[in-house]
Write a new protein. Sequence first.
Length: 67
Amino acid sequence: MVAWDKHGIRQAGFFTTVVCERQQSMTYFVAWEALALARSDGRLFTTAPAWLKVRRRVQRESGPIRP
């Protein structure tokens, strides 16, 4: 995900849980070089206008995104 790259966030893993067609979820793991970076860069990412726009669209189309 390019937006993650901009904030120094690395993909560490993804998986999907499917209980039935209407009950599915995606879980992802991310990695940073240091915990301090996770805190500061994570905050910058979650408040970035580009992410907020994508988040609103995804939630409108697919339902809530839960932490």
